[in-house]
Design a protein around this ligand. Structure first.
Ligand SMILES: Cc1ncc(COP(=O)(O)OP(=O)(O)O)c(N)n1
Ligand SMILES: Cc1ncsc1CCOP(=O)(O)O
Ligand SMILES: [Mg+2]
Length: 212
């Protein structure tokens, strides 16, 4: 495991791209960090390049001050431009070699593996810093996402020593089962960023992770 890989553990929050937002994005992420988020991912599928650059720059600063790894979804060039700690890539995104070329040896490169252990093995061999599996539960954010069984974390542990991340429909009430199944981190959108009190929602999930 590379030294930085240790940082991917616990509550991993992913920003909600809904617009307009009830609170400014940086305030929402700051609240999630106060509530115990240990990793932040900027995920915005829009083509508003200028806003994306501004938001990612602001979140990179905030996360650096808080000592929390900052990951950009999909967009390797944006990750490089704002000095993010890493990038998260899926099946439609640039591959690990290209991300590594642009971001360097110390970048955190996370990869979506869905429920596909063959893909996970290939990504591990190609140098992924963490592997993500999901949806582990139905997701209102991405309802079309396929399902991954909780048993996948034990199976992935047989060939990958780095962090295993679970995503999809995770909330305070079901996170304990995900951690018990072997996930090191849980990636969450709706249960944190749709909450009226974002810090309290993050605290509830973090507490369930730590006490479960
Ligand atoms: C931590 C984490 N895991 C999985 C995903 C999903 O990535 P992808 O399959 O590329 O889908 P989009 O998020 O790009 O819609 C993720 N973003 N983060
Ligand atoms: C991006 C993504 N990939 C699989 S499920 C998902 C969305 C997760 O969001 P939520 O925590 O709201 O289910
Ligand atoms: Mg993607």
């Amino acid at each position: 495991m590379a030294p930085g890989d240790q940082g991917i553990a616990g509550l991993y929050v992913i920003t909600d791209a809904r617009w307009p937002r009830p609170v400014p994005l940086t305030e929402a992420v700051a609240a999630a960090i106060r509530g115990g988020a240990r990793v932040v991912q900027y995920r915005d599928k829009s083509d508003d390049t200028e806003r994306r650059h501004q938001e990612a720059t602001a979140l990179q600063r905030l996360c650096a001050q808080a000592g929390v790894p900052f990951i950009v979804n999909d967009d390797v060039a944006l990750a490089a431009a704002v000095g993010a700690d890493g990038v998260h890539i899926g099946q439609d995104d640039p591959d690990i070699a290209e991300a590594r070329r642009q971001l360097g040896a110390s970048a955190l490169i996370g990869v979506s593996c869905y429920a596909d252990l063959d893909r996970a093995q290939r990504m591990a061999a190609a140098g992924a810093n963490y592997l993500a599996f999901g949806s582990v539960y139905p997701s209102s954010t991405k309802p079309a996402s396929g399902r991954a069984p909780l048993s996948i974390f034990n199976e992935a542990r047989a060939f990958f020593a780095g962090p295993l991340v679970a995503i999809g429909g995770i909330q305070a009430g079901n996170v304990e089962a995900v951690i018990e199944a072997g996930a090191d981190a849980v990636a969450v959108i709706d249960a944190v960023f749709s909450a009226t009190d974002i810090a309290a929602a993050a605290t509830a999930i973090s507490h369930a992770i730590n006490t479960g």
